[in-house]
Design a protein around this ligand. Structure first.
Ligand SMILES: CC(C)(COP(=O)(O)OP(=O)(O)OC[C@H]1O[C@@H](n2cnc3c(N)ncnc32)[C@H](O)[C@@H]1OP(=O)(O)O)[C@@H](O)C(=O)NCCC(=O)NCCS
Length: 290
């Protein structure tokens, strides 16, 4: 049972001013600080947290809403964290219940670590898929160059096309994320065939890595061309989270130096599976935002 003091601490909305307290919380749980990612989430999504009377935050999480503002089609929950010193006292449960009820009837999705999964199951989330986290230095020559699909850096003129393609594949509007990518990511590239954009991907800086996501592509050869072209423009190790149904891409990436780090369960609430077209959706922008 939580102590009465902890149980009555108010849950409040977080803002960008809470960024370093959020990063402290990540660090407290042995996660990287990921300030750049927290910055995206706290500006594009809604943060919720509980202040620690002794300073800092006892807990935090972020919900990124997609679709019409007045009636979101989907909410993606991420960065669910409770400070180690307050663990197992019901704070995580209380924060999650609050968020689920604040989201009313909006369908929800999240990527669960093994730590978080029992709590989400208790709240009614169901496992509907899995993603494999890969990390490592990409070895471009191990299997020869990608064939057939040309890629280039995205330009401002591409944005309307990217927004349309993204909505089709993600299943709902992500304008507030996609329009932030040119500033948030170090690279934004498109794949083209006969002058038509058939995929796009970003690589954004996260601690010492570049995270590849979103990765949206017509098919596996297009996805491999995008991944290889992003890798060609960075010296950092790559990290990405690939839907396990994309076995071909996973095998291809592992043959080129990326290693399996972990699996996360995709869980949903209020829908049987995430909307959109999974066959063209290879990696989320971040597991924290779908
Ligand atoms: C997951 C996390 C948010 C849970 O927060 P918490 O406040 O400690 O959880 P609660 O006390 O509300 O517990 C809720 C339920 O979750 C489960 N749970 C929580 N911690 C657990 C643990 N260490 N081992 C097994 N089950 C656990 C239990 O079912 C628990 O219910 P119970 O205590 O009645 O048995 C917290 O452990 C955390 O920050 N972990 C590190 C970050 C992380 O993995 N976040 C999840 C991202 S998807």
């Amino acid at each position: 049972m939580p102590t009465p003091a902890l149980a009555s601490l108010p849950i409040r909305r977080l803002t960008l001013r809470d960024l370093s307290a959020c990063a402290d919380l990540s660090e407290d749980r042995g996660w990287p600080r990921e300030e750049h990612k927290w910055g995206l989430l706290l500006s594009a999504g809604k943060g919720y947290g509980i202040d620690d009377p002794d300073g800092g935050l006892t807990s935090a999480c972020v919900v990124t809403e997609y679709g019409p503002q007045e009636q979101p089609a989907l909410g993606a929950i991420g960065m669910v964290l409770v400070a180690e010193r307050h663990a197992r006292q019901g704070i995580g449960r209380r924060l999650m219940r609050h968020v689920v009820s604040a989201m009313d009837s909006t369908p929800l999705t999240l990527y669960a670590t093994p730590h978080g999964r029992p709590l989400y199951e208790e709240l009614g989330f169901k496992v509907t898929g899995r993603a494999e986290m890969l990390r490592g230095y990409f070895l471009p020559d191990a299997g020869g160059p990608a064939v057939g699909v040309s890629t280039r850096a995205a330009t401002a003129e591409d944005l309307p096309v990217l927004l349309r393609l993204d909505e089709e594949v993600f299943g709902t509007d992500r304008t507030h994320i996609v329009t932030r990518l040119p500033a948030f990511a170090d690279q934004l590239r498109v794949a083209e065939e006969n002058g038509r954009i058939v995929g796009y991907a970003a690589a954004w800086p996260n601690m010492d890595t570049h995270v590849v996501g979103p990765l949206i592509a017509r098919d596996t050869p297009t996805a491999t061309a995008l991944l290889a072209s992003l890798a060609a423009h960075t010296d950092r190790p790559l990290r990405t989270d690939i839907d396990v149904r994309h076995e071909e891409l996973l095998a291809w990436a592992k043959n080129r130096g990326l290693e399996s780090i972990a699996f996360n369960a995709v869980m949903t609430y209020g829908i049987t599976e995430p909307p959109g077209d999974w066959t063209r959706r290879f990696a989320p922008v971040t597991v924290a935002a779908g």
